[in-house]
Design a binder for this molecule. Structure first.
Ligand code: ZN
Length: 505
């Protein structure tokens, strides 16, 4: 069976989702989880875009093993040199260069003719080739480009040394039949196509990203570019979990092999949702809350008698409903460490000790801890960034007959900053107002505030995600605690700390 390669761009295209802003540590955590799921290629970022992007690509290239690491570059020397600088520590680096090829992009954006674009593309591939033989080339807006121009261009970039040709439906305009035909045409009309792999990169503006990608695979594409939970520019990219599960579940039809460890899907999906602050809709295929829930009595009855009556996939195959061990208040360091390692997380000694303390506190409050509870605590640790402002004390009083009031004390190194009694429309508003006053911030805009229970039950952990806009940029804060006022305080402070640490460097 022919094997399909999965190229993940969660950290590049996915990170370009509006309002998403990941720090290096978070990107590393996601990259490691992608490697555990065994994707073939991780596109770690666009190194020239910012110093932060560069640092993240470099860190991932140096640390994450057993997977190819790609970096994106426009077709010019400076971009490619910078990308290589970030990538060179990788076990198996891939330079990904692109240039727009559609009439509309060439005319208005590049102001270049077809011949000039072709010349530039060949130059870029040759330049990249000096660094590595592993070169991916993308004609941006490929689906709206003239096929004849693509055939001519591909022949030349393959000659120049490109080993993967990635055809993007950059604006999500293609339909499955049309996109499949485009791939077929490339196979038939580019004489040296056997020397390169065909890849596709689809966007979901019309909800067709997965369908278009599958149509391309049916017509000979060998690699598909995806993002976890389908995040990305605008309506997002082809969803990793949907492509992998479609190929795995319908192996009988596609006759294509995927090599990924599907049991890592749920964990990866939750991690990405959590770190990016991008929610997953309940009815989202594969990873939505309802994806394996049966409501109708007839369905429930059927599933109890024989699961396959109404279920085409086993929830366990994506890592859901694992009957994994439940940790409780009597579990020690050893059991927790075992859980962390088996789940594939890596924490420093210091963070592990923090986690253990938080775990004990939670186990005292809540009888049975589920894997999701502990993962939420681990995510608290992964999130934790340089703490410039640290919460020392928060107290809030509220009720239907009293004015909600918060008192707060924050530590900054040896200084204690205090605010007694700040009132607001509600307890959360009072806390946020108090923090703004203590820290003397008047430029914070709360973009969104979300709270969700991690598991069922009134003793569940409440997970709060806040998005703040400070100086025109978005900062996310997150915390999972059994007390939602405490979680709200910590997540708000975390977003501020994130702003402080990004702007101090
Ligand atoms: Zn894209």
């Amino acid at each position: 069976m022919k094997r399909i390669k999965i190229f993940d761009t969660t950290l590049r295209d996915g990170e370009q989702s509006p309002g998403v802003n990941l720090i290096t540590e978070e990107k590393l955590a996601i990259a490691k989880q992608l490697a555990r799921l065994k994707v073939d290629v991780i596109e770690a970022g666009f190194p020239i875009a910012s110093p932060g992007d560069f640092a993240a690509v470099k860190a991932i290239a140096e640390v994450v093993r057993d997977v190819e690491i790609a970096g994106l570059a426009r077709s010019n020397q400076k971009d490619i040199d910078r990308a290589w600088e970030a990538l060179k520590g990788a076990e198996n680096p891939r330079l990904h260069v692109f240039i727009a090829t559609s009439p509309i992009h060439m005319k208005y954006k590049l102001k270049m003719t077809e011949d000039e674009v072709l010349e530039r593309a060949v130059f870029a591939v040759k330049h990249a080739r000096q660094y590595t033989p592993n070169i991916e080339f993308s004609p941006e807006d490929g689906s709206r480009s003239k096929p004849e121009f693509l055939y001519r261009l591909f022949k030349e970039v393959i000659k120049a040394g490109a080993t993967v040709l990635n055809i993007p439906d950059t604006v999500g305009y293609a339909t499955p039949g049309e996109f499949g035909n485009l791939i077929k045409g490339i196979k038939e009309n580019v004489s040296n196509i056997n020397q390169a792999e065909i890849s596709v990169h689809c966007h979901n503006d019309l909800g067709l990203a997965v369908a278009n990608s599958l149509a391309a695979l049916e017509n000979g594409a060998e690699q598909v570019e995806v993002a976890v939970n389908g995040i990305g520019e605008r309506a997002g990219n082809t969803a990793l979990e949907e492509i992998i599960m479609a190929l795995a579940t319908r192996k009988d039809y596609y006759n294509l092999a995927v090599n990924q460890d599907t049991t890592q899907i749920m964990r990866l999906s939750r991690m990405v949702a959590n770190l990016t602050g991008m929610d997953i809709q309940a009815n989202k295929a594969i990873v939505g809350k309802n994806a394996f829930a049966h409501e109708a009595g007839i369905h429930q009855d059927g599933v109890i008698k024989e699961r396959t009556t109404y279920e085409i996939m086993d929830a366990k195959s994506i890592g859901l409903n694992e009957n994994s061990l439940v940790l409780g208040k009597h579990s020690g360091r050893h059991a927790l460490r075992d859980f962390v390692e088996k789940s594939g997380y890596e924490l420093s000694e210091e963070k592990f000790e923090d986690l253990f303390r938080e775990f004990k506190k939670l186990a005292d409050k809540k009888k049975k801890l589920k894997p999701m509870d502990i993962e939420a605590l681990i995510n608290n640790e992964i999130h934790a960034i340089d703490t410039i402002y640290e919460l020392d004390y928060v107290s809030v009083s509220t009720g239907n007959t009293v004015l909600p009031t918060a008192t707060i004390r924050i530590k900054k190194e040896d200084d204690i900053l205090e605010k007694a009694a700040c009132s607001g429309d509600g307890p959360i508003d009072a806390i946020f107002q108090a923090i703004n006053e203590v820290l003397d911030f008047d430029n914070i805009k709360l973009i969104s505030y979300k709270i969700d229970a991690i598991t069922e039950g009134t003793d569940a952990l409440g997970e709060v995600v806040v998005k703040l806009e400070i100086d025109d940029k978005t900062y996310i804060g997150h915390s999972a605690q059994t007390d939602i006022t405490y979680a709200s305080t910590l997540s708000y402070l975390e977003a501020i700390n994130r702003y402080m640490s990004t702007n101090r460097k």
